[in-house]
Design a protein around this ligand. Structure first.
Ligand code: ATP
Length: 293
């Protein structure tokens, strides 16, 4: 399968902040890839490198086998950034025209606006759009140039349930027609609804690159904590640590763990079961793996 976009050992720093740490990733033709990770994980930085808005501190970024800083190469992509500053006084239809002028074979305007439920708003100034309408326009603009590959950075932020589902449908049909997508999200549900492949990033590193099912199992890890003198030795614990005088155990099956804890007769108090953050879940998993090496 043709690789459309690639990073090889890419590191990106902003001053002292290490936003990406030796990330190698291939996006192949026809894939719908979800990039999942907590705030500050490095998702937007990765997209900005792919689309040529930023350069890596070290390592290589390739787009269609060339450089993302080449404007001709960039004509094959569409992008919805996390935030867009669209000119308030332009009408929706005019903005589509301006963007379309940059591409050799743009989509038909009416068809595009219809697809994104913006047909009734073609003559509305951007300043008069609601937040959700603006977001839909920002996503529609990624598709104006009939791209081979689109990068969507949190495309459904600010959309209500109905608009979110309509947008998912659009993304699916673009993909079904042969398009390739990389989209970011904080939410596993969104990635589950769309992607087959999930790349989880945390702390600037790729923590997992797997199927949706595999990742769902991993992020299902829970944090069980309680006061106890010693950490008990229980089955199903993927990682254990101390937080002051509390024992903290990570497990995919907290019910089982509590039953075993009670049956084991270990004295404990102040039991708490909380979901893990994505980062915690993956750190638990990676430390378990390293412990087995
Ligand atoms: N222009 C910048 N100057 C300084 N630091 C930056 C800049 N852009 C990003 N960072 C830092 O780089 C790290 C990664 O940020 P990035 O925006 O890529 O994460 P993200 O995964 O997209 O987060 P979010 O989900 O919150 O959008 C963060 O620590 C962030 O504060």
């Amino acid at each position: 399968m043709t690789t459309l976009a690639r990073t090889i050992e890419v590191t990106r720093r902003y001053g002292d902040v290490l936003a990406l740490d030796r990330v190698s990733l291939d996006i192949r033709e026809g894939e719908l890839v979800g990039l999942l990770g907590p705030n500050g994980a490095g998702k937007s930085t990765l997209i900005n490198l792919f689309v040529g808005l930023r350069r890596p501190t070290s390592g290589t970024v390739e787009l269609f086998g060339g450089s993302p800083s080449d404007p001709v190469t960039r004509r094959g992509i569409g992008v919805t950034p996390q935030e867009t500053g669209l000119p308030e006084s332009l009408r929706v239809g005019e903005i589509v025209d301006v963007v379309a002028a940059h591409f050799p074979a743009p989509a038909a305007k009416d068809e595009l606006l219809g697809r994104f439920g913006l047909d009734d708003l073609a003559r509305r100034q951007v300043g008069g759009l609601s937040g959700g309408q603006r977001r839909r326009l920002a996503v529609a603009l990624a598709f104006v140039g009939n791209p081979r590959l689109v990068f969507l950075d949190e495309p459904t932020t600010g959309l209500d349930v109905e608009a979110r589902r309509a947008l998912w449908e659009n993304i699916r049909s673009y993909h079904a027609g042969g398009g390739t997508v990389l989209l970011t999200s904080h939410y596993l549900e969104e990635i589950e609804a769309l992607a087959q492949r999930v790349v989880v990033v945390g702390g600037g590193r790729v923590l997992a690159d797997d199927t949706v099912n595999a990742v769902r199992d991993i992020v299902g890890v829970r944090r069980v904590s309680f006061h106890a003198p010693e950490p008990p030795d229980l089955p199903g614990v993927v990682k254990s640590e101390r937080d002051g005088d509390r024992v903290v155990l990570f497990t995919a099956d907290p019910d089982r763990l509590v039953i075993d804890l009670v049956r084991g007769g270990t004295p404990f108090s102040g039991l708490e079961i909380t979901p893990t953050t994505l980062e915690e879940a993956f750190l638990a998993l990676t430390s378990k793996e390293s412990a087995h090496v």
